[in-house]
Ligand binder design. Structure first.
Ligand code: TYD
Ligand code: MG
Length: 452
């Protein structure tokens, strides 16, 4: 019998070490190295024998044929857009997210609505449990096959007899292959099982979705190399206490990574939110101070969001600066600008910022709305609900232009806002929208226009 090769892998970053040591050389974590069997000597492919005809040969790039229906429609407009127009045949897509966020629900829903033969493999739930979930979502399909299995060789043999057009694996951490001895979820198992699925996807052009668990700091569990191996990395996120879920791309070999998809978790599964702006702006029946609407852009889609601010006198010695969905450092910068350039003594005030709907926004174009919300709360004067804002605020109090201003104006006009405040330096063509565009260059000018 030939020798079994073993090595020591860091369970945190996946670095391989020749011998055991207390600290990982690469990520400097302690006690993360474990011994894993590298591979058994009689390693085989996902197909036991490889025919000579399937060995890949070099081709001229202009000779490679791609079929006309190159992308598969998932039946879900949000997912289609996030993937860049649908699923590319042969793509390996990794979906990560916190436990209970709805990964299994999303993929089961896709498996049912996609309209082609799908094999949904779960290593976490039994077939009956999956059926209970689909009954709960009140959907069904006669092309969706369900398998409860964790061994890759058994999965591949089922795939060979069933010949599905899409495979879903829930989750990669439960898989194990015969060729590696370590336990499911260990670095070498995850790497090897993913590699087997990549080989399968590339050879048969069947796309595969893998669900990946994440660690406590939000990374997909397992080696970082996993994210390099796959074609698409999606993140499903959101606050579990809110109903909104956001699907983001972190990596996409076939499309933009700036797209987001918004879903609502309902008692009957996930529902795609096609017009998020209307939902993200809360309904009010009286005028309230401390609210301002920002016109932001996520990916290519304009989104109107509501910023809420509360400014109150600090009870403790050190004033609190708390934000939900907004960067605290950026808030501190804006407060410093307001203090220095506009003379507001906010140093002794508590300032709280909240973006409604539980989403977080990194677009600097919401700066102006944050400033307006803070000042509105400070003066206790409400800002007209027909106003919205789209500009960045610079360190000297200047109001700076942001990309795609025209699109923001169009969205604001479509949603019935009267006035949009933008930077004087934004380059926009002639507008034929009904909305009034107010161009300002300095924060002081805006303050006197809004609060007198
Ligand atoms: P799930 O898809 O099991 O999460 P994950 O696979 O990411 O761990 O989602 C489970 C949560 O979603 C659970 O807390 C219940 C909720 N849920 C609904 O609100 N409505 C539904 O129709 C379903 C199926 C789940
Ligand atoms: Mg799950």
């Amino acid at each position: 019998m030939s020798k079994v090769k073993t090595s020591f892998f860091c369970q945190s970053c996946g670095t391989q070490h020749a011998q055991w040591q207390g600290q990982c050389n690469s990520c400097k974590q302690w006690n993360t190295l474990t011994e894993e069997v590298m591979e058994k000597p009689d390693k085989k492919n996902w197909k036991t024998e490889k025919k000579a005809s399937t060995i890949s040969k070099p081709l001229k790039i202009n000779q490679i044929e791609i079929s006309s229906e190159s992308r598969i429609d998932t039946g879900d407009a949000e997912l289609n857009r996030v993937l860049g127009g649908g699923i590319i045949p042969g793509a390996l897509m990794l979906l990560g997210g916190e436990p209970g966020i709805g990964k299994s629900t999303l993929l089961l829903q896709i498996a049912i609505t996609v309209g082609c033969k799908v094999l949904y493999v779960s290593g976490e739930e039994s077939q009956r449990q999956i059926k209970i979930r689909s009954d709960r979502m009140d959907t069904s399909s006669d092309q969706c096959y369900v398998l409860s299995e964790t061994k890759t060789q058994n999965i591949f043999s089922q795939i060979e007899t069933l010949a599905p057009e899409l495979v879903v694996i829930d989750s990669v951490q439960t898989l194990h292959t015969d060729y590696i001895d370590s336990s499911p979820g260990s670095v070498s198992q995850i790497k090897e099982c993913t590699a087997e699925f990549i080989k399968f996807a590339k050879e048969t052009h069947v796309p595969v979705f893998l669900v990946g668990h994440i660690t406590k700091d939000g990374q997909i569990a397992g080696p970082k190399i996993l994210e390099h191996m796959v074609d698409v990395v999606l993140h499903f996120e959101g606050d579990r206490n809110h109903i909104y879920r956001i699907l983001r791309t972190q990596k996409n070999r076939f499309g933009a990574t700036s797209e987001i998809g918004i879903y609502e978790m309902q008692s009957k599964g996930l529902r795609a939110v096609s017009n998020p702006s209307e939902l993200l702006i809360s309904e009010k029946d009286e005028k309230l101070s401390g609210h301002a609407i920002a016109a932001t852009i996520e990916g290519i889609r304009p989104l109107m969001i509501e910023i809420q601010a509360l400014v109150s006198t600090a009870v403790y010695g050190t004033p609190q600066r708390t934000t939900t969905g907004y960067n605290t450092k950026r808030l501190n910068m804006l407060l410093a600008v307001l203090e220095k350039r506009a003379g507001f003594a906010l140093g002794a005030k508590d300032v709280f910022i909240n973006i409604t709907g539980g989403i977080s926004i990194a677009d600097p174009a919401i700066d102006l709305a944050v400033v307006v919300a803070i000042l509105s709360s400070y003066h206790d004067i409400d800002v007209s609900e027909n106003f919205c804002f789209a500009a960045e605020v610079g360190l000297s109090g200047e109001i700076r232009p942001v990309p795609k201003t025209e699109q923001r104006i169009q969205e604001a006009s479509k949603l019935g806002f009267d006035t949009i405040v933008i930077s004087k330096f934004a380059k926009i063509g002639k507008q034929n929208e009904s909305i009034k565009v107010l161009a300002v260059s300095k924060i002081e000018a805006l303050i006197s226009a809004l609060f007198g």
